[in-house]
Design a protein around this ligand. Structure first.
Ligand SMILES: Cc1cc2nc3c(=O)[nH]c(=O)nc-3n(C[C@H](O)[C@H](O)[C@H](O)COP(=O)(O)OP(=O)(O)OC[C@H]3O[C@@H](n4cnc5c(N)ncnc54)[C@H](O)[C@@H]3O)c2cc1C
Length: 517
């Protein structure tokens, strides 16, 4: 099968495995629909229809779909990617990762949040102006990222097909769109259709002030008060962003602690910091009833007997797989009760040649892991001798205010596994850069195996935590020990330098004794 010209050009320009665009992005104004962004002109034109036989058909053009498609095309496979929305990007670009992080940065900027401690600044936010600016910034970032994706697909020679995809046979996908239907035959399928907010029963979802995490981004005014149902990552992130903007935020969660996958100490620090920054927590509590009452707004009755009245309600009660109407059961693919596709450890479904990756298979449902899963699925599907596993060392980033991030074992994990550990801590308030940026909450916590002195867990909270954690991740991956940090020279002044002092703290806790040679 001939390699499409755009693919050959892309390879020559970008070099092996460089999947970043090597041509200027398409101007945002040109992003009028799901089409073919010419690598040469940057113009969007309708994709010329080619033959309907492919090596790989990818369903869904979010992070998993994009990276899975690019991986196969890179190795010379003929690939089509089907997307039902006008533009690619999925939840990551349009309703999830990018918009929420852009809102966060904009909220920090508009509220003068980072400067408050330093200069005693109090900023009054004009609600209508603030939302307008938040949304404008979010849209600008979204358009840039969409342009990047269109260029990436284009330069890999991936055929972009717009429409709703469903299976008619295990290796035939039908796409319904633009008033027509098209059947694509393929050797391998990758299901990457993502997930949507789960809507629990008993909540008036049709009330204009009740939002799920998708609809929340469309609000046209900053509320005075907000109740968030669900203290998972999404609920916590939005709660802290809106509290930073001066909104009176109440967060309700049935569990006794915040984000139980975090190291207990870090979860408690986050809870304390968010409480100090204005979020009221109602843990061990469930919503029993939600109703609109005259003069009180949306009233939530909790199992604890408390009542919360607010202008707006954000329902952040988990997600469900986007598999409805896709004919998966008809082809013999297993789907669980939340709509998630059941896969094995190599992302193969119960149907030979049909793979699934990303949010549509459930936990951990992160853009970061979704992309890796899709790459691995494609390498496994075609037998490429490359990228056979997703790393077991997964970092987690929670973009609350303050930010939290972790990789490897928590102290509780170590106790559960019977690993004897030594802990070292360093605080940003004792770090020169931390003092300059005014971070009072920040900290790095390192967990070392007592027997081998190897780093086995790294936990960061505060400014740039989700960036900082990758230092720890690299050291764990390379088998580094407490001595690695003692020997390394860190730029001064940086927050990264906190690693060295956390290591010194751990060294003191190891106590005197032989250092393994
Ligand atoms: C508020 C929020 C914040 C988040 N923050 C982060 C974060 O900070 N870091 C992080 O790593 N992750 C974050 N995530 C998660 C991240 O967005 C997802 O993990 C990621 O988008 C999943 O990628 P995906 O490709 O599997 O699915 P998606 O991004 O959901 O893409 C699936 C695509 O498939 C399309 N599709 C669905 N059905 C069909 C069909 N039948 N035919 C054709 N097309 C179809 C959809 O339109 C969509 O474009 C966040 C999510 C939310 C909601």
């Amino acid at each position: 099968m001939p390699v499409p010209l755009t693919f050959a050009v892309a390879r020559g320009l970008a070099g092996p495995l460089a999947l970043t665009p090597s041509v200027p992005p398409t101007p945002p104004s040109a992003l009028t629909g799901w089409g073919h962004a010419s690598a040469l002109t940057g113009r969007v034109v309708d994709t010329p229809r080619m033959s309907d036989d492919f090596d790989l058909v990818v369903l869904g053009a979010g992070p998993a779909g994009e990276k899975g498609a690019a991986q196969a095309a890179y190795f010379g496979k003929r690939v089509a990617i089907v997307e039902r929305e006008p533009v690619p990007g999925g939840a990551a670009v349009h309703t999830g990762t990018l918009p929420s992080k852009t809102l966060r940065e904009t909220a920090l900027f508009l509220s003068g949040y980072r400067q408050r401690d330093l200069y005693g600044v109090t900023v009054e936010i004009e609600p209508h102006l603030a939302v307008g600016r938040l949304i404008a910034r979010k849209n600008a970032v979204r358009e840039l990222e969409t342009a990047r994706i269109l260029n990436n697909l284009d330069r890999h020679g991936i055929e972009q097909v717009r429409g709703e995809a469903c299976f008619v046979e295990p290796h035939t996908v039908e796409v319904a769109g633009r008033g027509s239907r098209r059947r694509l035959a393929t050797q391998v399928c990758l299901i990457a259709t993502g997930s949507s907010p789960f809507r629990p029963a008993g909540i008036p979802h049709d009330d204009p002030d009740v939002h799920d995490s998708d609809a929340f981004l469309g609000i046209d005014r900053l509320p005075d008060s907000l109740t968030v149902l669900g203290g998972g990552v999404i609920g916590c992130e939005y709660a802290s962003v809106f509290a930073a903007l001066g909104v009176d935020v109440h967060l309700v969660d049935p569990r006794p602690r915040l984000l139980p996958f975090l190291d207990l100490e870090m979860g408690e620090r986050l809870l304390d910091a968010m409480t100090a920054h204005g979020v009221s927590f109602h843990l061990n509590a469930r919503a029993e009833r939600v109703e609109r009452l005259p003069g009180r707004g949306l009233v939530v009755g909790l199992t604890t007997g408390a009542e919360l009245a607010a202008d707006k309600l954000l329902v952040a009660a988990g997600r469900k797989g986007n598999t409805d109407g896709m004919g998966l059961e008809d082809i013999g693919a297993k789907v669980d009760e939340r709509g998630y596709v059941v896969v094995d450890e190599h992302f193969a479904t119960t149907v030979p040649g049909v793979f699934a990756a990303g949010d549509v298979i459930g936990f951990p449902a992160l853009a970061s892991t979704s992309m890796e899963q899709a790459r691995v699925a494609v390498c496994r599907a075609f037998g490429f001798a490359y990228k056979q596993e997703v790393s077991s060392l997964l970092p987690f980033g929670v973009y609350t205010i303050p930010e939290v991030s972790c990789v490897g074992m928590s102290e509780e994990d170590a106790t559960r596994r019977g690993t004897d550990v030594i802990v070292g801590r360093a605080f940003f308030r004792d770090n020169a850069r931390g003092q300059i940026v005014g971070d009072r909450d920040g900290m790095v916590k390192l967990i070392f195996d007592r027997a081998t002195r190897a780093l086995v867990g790294c936990h960061c909270i505060g400014e740039r935590a989700s960036e900082l954690v990758h230092v720890g991740q690299a050291v764990i991956a390379l088998g580094g020990t407490v001595e690695t940090f003692i020997e390394l020279v860190f730029n001064f002044l940086t927050l990264s330098e906190a690693y060295k002092y956390a290591a010194y703290d751990a060294l003191a806790n190891f106590g005197p004794g032989p250092v393994p040679g």
